[in-house]
Design a protein around this ligand. Structure first.
Ligand SMILES: Cc1cc2nc3c(=O)[nH]c(=O)nc-3n(C[C@H](O)[C@H](O)[C@H](O)COP(=O)(O)O)c2cc1C
Ligand code: SF4
Ligand code: SF4
Length: 265
């Protein structure tokens, strides 16, 4: 039986992970287990002391996940054998998460009870708003998340052990100043279309790494991790990659995404 409350710390740039973390919480609630979502990027890792069971939910990026997700994990307090699980969403392949994260949480004294990686539509460099397979991927993803939640509740979930090679993959993007992230920033710089921007300041508020400064218009610093959040949430669709005609992607209801990004659930 899962120890309550189950607090699921979730980061989602464009909604895929949020929708599946919500599905997990809803299925647990239907089973009578108290489960809530928390905004990972705005939570103090020390807050997890209040959880009976910790959930981590985040997207795959650079075959691993965003550096601020790793920062959260690496600053978790001593686990005292508390149960922890993870869910990530991805468009294709990760390689640098399941094994390294298991080692990271085990080293901190947690008991890793379940891990799942669920394929969802890609949120990156999209030229189509909605592809024919997107709806199918989202509904299969939702089913997988529900089945993962049932496995967690019944004690049937597992977190596989994966040998050391994934630690090398993880290192690719672990440091936000790494050459991989710097190359992305050079190749795909974000910019604002001032004709579309209403100067509402939302993008600056929701950026998980404080990379957007509001002046007359939003200005981008040099710490972008391409999480897509500002692009996905901008009400005027004013943010894009300079010189490219990519379109924003949203994998969850906009109100829910805004609520999570601005207030937490
Ligand atoms: C910067 C960036 C890097 C990504 N890297 C990977 C990757 O290495 N492997 C993969 O399968 N998907 C990758 N993706 C796709 C996302 O992981 C996937 O679409 C995810 O479901 C997005 O979740 P979200 O909507 O909760 O932000 C990447 C997306 C972005 C924006
Ligand atoms: S969220 Fe969009 S409209 Fe609002 S300030 Fe940012 S770019 Fe402009
Ligand atoms: S500026 Fe970069 S890191 Fe910040 S919200 Fe936008 S895409 Fe994410």
């Amino acid at each position: 039986m899962l120890k309550e409350p189950v607090l699921i710390y979730v980061f989602s740039g464009s909604g895929n992970t949020l929708s599946l973390a919500e599905r997990v919480a809803d299925v647990l609630l239907e089973d009578g287990i108290a489960a809530q979502l928390r905004p990972l990027e705005r939570s103090d890792p020390g807050d997890t002391r209040r959880a009976g069971t910790i959930g981590l939910a985040f997207p795959v990026a650079m075959f691993s996940t965003y550096p601020f997700v790793w920062d959260f994990v690496e600053n978790l307090p001593d686990g005292h054998n508390k149960d922890i699980f993870m869910l990530d969403t991805l468009a294709g392949f990760s390689g640098g998460i399941v094994g390294p994260l298991k080692r990271a949480v085990s080293t901190r004294g947690y008991c890793p009870i379940g891990a799942t990686e669920i394929r969802m539509p890609s949120n990156y460099a999209r030229t189509d708003r909605e592809k024919p397979e997107d709806g199918r991927l989202r509904s299969r993803g939702s089913e997988k998340a529900a089945s993962f939640a049932k496995d967690l509740a019944s004690g049937r979930a597992s977190w596989p052990s994966i040998p050391l090679l994934p630690d090398l993959v993880k290192r690719l993007g672990r440091d936000p100043r790494s050459s991989a992230w710097r190359a992305m920033r050079r190749k795909f710089p974000l910019s604002v279309d001032v004709q579309k921007c209403s100067r509402c300041g939302l993008c600056s508020k929701v950026c998980p790494v404080g990379n957007i400064i509001m002046e007359a218009f939003p200005g981008f610093g040099d710490s972008c991790l391409f999480c897509q959040r500002c692009i996905s949430l901008c009400p005027g669709e004013a943010i894009g990659v300079r010189g490219r005609s990519f379109v924003p992607y949203r994998g969850a209801d906009l109100e829910k995404m805004l609520d999570m990004a601005c207030n937490g659930r």
